[in-house]
Design a protein around this ligand. Sequence first.
Ligand SMILES: Nc1ncnc2c1ncn2[C@@H]1O[C@H](COP(=O)(O)OP(=O)(O)OP(=O)(O)O)[C@@H](O)[C@H]1O
Length: 218
Amino acid sequence: MVISARDVRLTLGAAEPIGILRGIDLDVARGESVALLGASGSGKSSLLAVLSGLERATSGSVQVAGLDFTTLDEDALAIARRGRIGIVLQAFHLFPTMTARENVAVPLELAGIAHASALAEDELIAVGLGHRTNHYPAQLSGGEQQRVAIARALAPRPSLVFADEPTGNLDAVTGARIVDLLFERQRAADASLVIITHDPALARRCDRTLELVDGRLA
Ligand SMILES: Nc1ncnc2c1ncn2[C@@H]1O[C@H](COP(=O)(O)OP(=O)(O)OP(=O)(O)O)[C@@H](O)[C@H]1O
């Protein structure tokens, strides 16, 4: 198993604690793709944050690629993610002072991969942004920024990809192209995919569909 989560709970809010995740058990195998569905506010983004180590669970255990994400500190988590885990969040978190190419090159450089800039350019071409490599995020549309974020996540060829509505800002044709790329990369690297989506077509392409209802898996 690439992901093994047991009785994961996430409680937020000091004054009035709210149970956001309320006992999640989840296994994801190598090479498996999982679609995560659920109503707005059901906890999908929170679960993705916990599984990717961006947020620490309040209790329970989260094992990812043999590492215990509930006990690692921030630095160890960042090192564990480097080059192995690609994450595409709803807010793209691009660096505003870097061009598209520089943004995509960052994880490659951090992972010590040679020719980072050239590889970043290739990845931008793959997401249809070969003509935008020297543009800054503020000069790009929402959908273009989303594709830069996807290129950045996929460039290091991670073995695990988390994506939060990766086609949410894209038109049907561009979205389909990005989904094809996601699955093509997944197959090539035998990677695991966990995708939050409201798109039934995207969910159908995944091996398995899970639904979150009020912080629990239905
Ligand atoms: N820092 C926080 N403090 C308190 N409550 C929070 C915090 N972050 C998220 N929540 C609440 O947790 C619940 C789950 O949020 P989450 O973003 O995981 O839902 P979601 O299923 O991804 O929703 P959407 O589809 O709208 O993106 C929501 O009710 C949200 O208001």
